[in-house]
Write a protein that binds this ligand. Structure first.
Ligand SMILES: Cc1ncc(COP(=O)(O)O)c(C=O)c1O
Length: 490
């Protein structure tokens, strides 16, 4: 008989779950594993070295009929899972938006899974509902937006994409009263406006809401990548003249490619004049408003009908967690509330029923990790970490400016630096191809992982700083990898 490893549980009982004692062993092993993982992060290439299909090919086609020993599951965490992770938790992670979880947030997520609260109604988890209400208030306060009947209230949605869909559904209900009953058939076509740099989630929301991609007006941006407010005004006027219904303007504060901020005051003026819903997508950059000196960049968002930002992008909680805030929340309720008899309760409207404010019924205990993280770091701690990322990005930008043939592709108001290697003698298309090769070499080097964006039609590299563990030495590693990749071009 193989001796039992006291770290791991034995076989499960024929009925019911593993015992609490076994759960303790599994959980302790998991915490050990993650601690070891964090300790060894820097020795792992940031971007997974996996070939497409590699993992799937190793999976048996059917789940095991009989229980497997926990040790063999652990062995596959070692051999199959960890070697095929792309290490978002690594300090060398500089791709897309550098999104990290943190210790308190990971613990909060784990506890939420163990408590298994499902917020279909206030009574199915009073603490889920009311912590969410409280955390919404905290987040609003953190970024300097007013809370309350004359300000905002809101929810924690999963992703920015879903949050924009919810906001635009509420805007649609406002533009077409009773559209939830009648649908859009036979009504004048609607239009939504965003800049050409807005995120693709807005296209998707327009598809889902029946405006179609043709109902989404992509307004040109100016030389600083900001929506051209006069072109927006002209587009709204042209649509009105053609009998279209302007439904909403989506302004972006922190565009995906270059983190530019649309001219929010001018757009807010226009929306107020036109009676059009203003939605502000501040998915990544919104967290920066925790720093009072950064708030002027967001000036005007307090006049929006809806605002979102993603703590899961830059406030140290794991995906998913999106703060979605509304003025006059009852407008969202009007768009979504459907209460079948089995969900009626004696509490009625005396409590917040989050099922009334979006698509989903069952809701995760998303607030727990956010609440624990804000308490464990404190607002000052969150502010210091975000300020550190911004100052590291400034340092990196200044270093890149000194590199031969490096052109900065856009301003860096937050913690993303977009740049390109462009020798004077090389034409644009050849430099595009060279930059793509440089990107591949940097990622092959393994110390860091960066991504790219098209900026004014040209290929640019993007270094996004925001990982809670990134230090100056990691950016020095990135610069070394970049220089080596450039050297390989000559
Ligand atoms: C401006 C903006 N909006 C929305 C999104 C989508 O975020 P999510 O993955 O939370 O849906 C992104 C992602 O990068 C983004 O940059």
């Amino acid at each position: 008989m193989i001796p039992r490893n006291p770290r791991f549980p034995g076989p499960p009982p024929a009925h019911g779950d593993f015992s609490p004692a076994d759960f303790r062993r599994m959980g302790e092993a998991a915490v050990d594993r993650l601690a070891r993982y964090l300790e060894t992060l820097e020795s792992r290439p940031v971007l997974a070295r996996t070939k497409p299909g590699d993992i799937l090919a190793q999976l048996p086609p059917r789940a095991p009929e009989e229980p497997e020993p926990w040790e063999s599951i652990e062995r596959d965490l070692d051999g199959l899972v960890e070697p095929n992770l792309t290490h978002w938790q690594s300090p060398g992670y500089l791709a897309y938006f550098a999104t990290t979880s943190s210790a308190p947030a990971a613990v909060g997520e784990f506890l939420a899974a163990g408590y298994n609260q499902i917020g279909i109604l206030w009574r199915t988890s009073p603490v889920l509902t009311e912590l969410e209400q409280g955390v919404v208030r905290w987040l609003l306060d953190l970024v300097g937006l007013p809370w309350g009947p004359d300000g905002f209230d809101g929810q924690l949605a999963d992703t920015a994409s879903t949050a924009s869909l919810i906001a635009l559904a509420a805007a649609r209900e406002q533009a077409y009263p009773d559209v939830r009953k009648t649908g859009l058939a036979g009504r004048p076509a609607g239009a939504v406006y965003c800049s050409e740099l807005a995120h693709s989630s807005i296209d998707k929301a327009c598809v889902v809401l029946g405006f179609g991609t043709e109902g989404l007006r992509k307004i040109p941006s100016d030389g600083d990548f900001r929506m051209d407010a006069s072109a927006l005004a002209a587009a709204i006027a042209a649509d009105r003249a053609a009998g279209r219904v302007p439904v909403a303007v989506v302004a972006t504060a922190g565009t995906t490619a270059v983190t530019s901020v649309d001219p929010l005051p001018a757009i807010a003026d226009l929306c107020a004049r036109e009676g059009v819903w203003l939605h502000v997508d501040a998915a990544y950059a919104g967290s920066a408003a925790v720093i009072p000196e950064m708030r002027p960049l967001f000036s005007g968002w307090e006049r929006a009908d809806s605002v979102l930002f993603n703590p899961h992008k830059w406030m140290f909680v794991p995906n998913d967690c999106t703060g979605l805030f509304f003025r006059r929340m009852e407008r969202v309720r009007r768009a979504f509330s459907v209460v079948p008899n089995y969900l009626e309760t004696p509490e009625g409207q005396t409590v917040r029923e989050y099922m009334d404010y979006g698509v989903q019924l069952g809701r995760r205990f998303r607030a727990l990790k956010m609440w624990m993280t804000l308490r464990a770091f404190g607002v000052a701690g969150v502010r210091a970490r975000i300020a550190d990322a911004i100052s590291q990005a400034r340092w990196l930008r200044a270093e890149l400016e000194k590199e031969p043939d490096v052109v900065l592709a856009a301003p860096s108001p937050f913690s993303v630096v977009a740049f390109r290697w462009q020798p004077r003698t090389m034409d644009g298309a050849a430099a595009d191809a060279a930059n793509a090769r440089i990107l591949a070499r940097i990622n092959e080097d393994g110390r860091t992982f960066v991504s790219h964006a098209l900026v004014k039609g040209r290929y640019a590299l993007r270094a996004a700083i925001g990982n809670v563990r990134t230090e100056r030495r990691h950016l020095e590693g990135f610069l070394a990898a970049f220089r080596a990749a450039v050297a390989a071009e000559s």
